[in-house]
Design a protein around this ligand. Structure first.
Ligand SMILES: NC(=O)c1ccc[n+]([C@@H]2O[C@H](COP(=O)([O-])OP(=O)(O)OC[C@H]3O[C@@H](n4cnc5c(N)ncnc54)[C@H](O)[C@@H]3O)[C@@H](O)[C@H]2O)c1
Length: 280
């Protein structure tokens, strides 16, 4: 199986988890992984010929690909110019999806983003916890591309009913060393309102990728992937009341419950986060 962006923050955790679960992993990235138990193919994903060639095999390394996890992207707004972000992310995704289809791959999981839910919520969310039930509200070029990717996946699956394309709308990716900063977030409720105080531990993100790969469905689905709690020590209901006083709160909100609903991922994929920052 191929993991694009396997050398990135999320990709490293995904590769480690897949290798631990006996997947044979081929990494497509511009930089080399720091582990010897995967096959590495240096590929610039904006070069379609290179993507297709690598998807069809590399002599003496592998001759077929059975699944693709597409993570490579400029991972946030503002890291590059808007047109450069669009060109890299949109072309890379079209190339990976198309090359996978040409190579006969029907199991595709890719990184969408929480941003499609309306981050940074200068316009308040329609209700909380936010879920997959309202249309995307991209507010940046980066998020616009993620929205277009979700649309592209729906159309590709319409063309080919055998195809499975699951988009994982990851929250802000964290590694354990990032948790040292979390207690400082409490001082200002507005400082992290931009993603409703959410986060995803990279290891739990990897779990979601694996469960999405293993799921036997066809067609396209999107899933919000976050941890079960927020980055804050203050109760979730109190944060909503202070920052979004007019927003409807749906269901029973536990003390630190995420405001990025993971109910669909739990129900459909069997996803259950295991790495809360509170346990560190
Ligand atoms: N980091 C977050 O908080 C976050 C949140 C939501 C979604 N996501 C999404 O998750 C995915 C992974 O994010 P990350 O934080 O691991 O990013 P990262 O920047 O750490 O890793 C991205 C990897 O993709 C590679 N890459 C990018 N463009 C490439 C190209 N044209 N050709 C070859 N390789 C290329 C980079 O070399 C890098 O190794 C991205 O799709 C991102 O949009 C990230």
């Amino acid at each position: 199986m191929v993991v694009t962006g396997g050398c990135g923050k999320l990709g490293r955790a995904v590769v480690a988890d897949l290798v631990a679960h006996d997947w044979k992993v081929v990494v497509f990235d511009r930089t080399a992984p720091d582990r010897a138990d995967v096959t590495y193919v240096p590929v610039d994903l904006t070069d379609y010929a290179a993507v297709l060639d690598a998807m069809l095999g590399v002599e003496e390394r592998y001759d077929a690909v059975d699944a693709v996890v597409h993570l490579a992207a400029v991972p946030a707004p503002g890291l590059r110019g808007d047109a450069a972000t669009f060109a890299n992310n949109m072309n890379a995704t079209y190339h990976v999806f198309t090359a996978a289809r040409r190579a006969g791959v029907t199991n595709i999981v890719w990184a969408s983003s929480e941003t499609v839910l309306g981050l940074p919520f200068d316009t308040p969310p329609p209700y909380v916890p936010v879920d997959e039930d309202y249309p995307p509200r991209p507010e940046s070029t980066y998020s616009l591309v993620k929205t277009l990717e979700e649309t592209m996946a729906a159309q590709l699956c319409r063309w080919d009913p055998a195809l499975k394309m699951y988009g994982l709308r990851f929250s802000n990716v964290m590694e354990p060393q990032d948790y040292q900063a979390f207690p400082s977030y409490d001082a200002d409720a507005r400082a992290r309102k931009w993603n409703l105080w959410g986060y995803i531990d990279a290891r739990d993100g990897a779990q979601a990728v694996r469960r999405a790969l293993d799921h036997p469905g066809t067609g396209t689905e999107v899933f919000i992937i976050a941890n079960a709690d927020t980055v804050m020590s203050r109760p979730s209901a109190e944060l909503v009341a202070e920052v979004f006083p007019d927003v409807e709160v749906r269901g029973n909100l536990g003390e630190h419950d995420t405001l990025l609903s993971i109910e669909k991922a739990r129900r459909v994929l069997g996803y259950e986060p295991e790495h809360s920052w509170r346990a560190v």
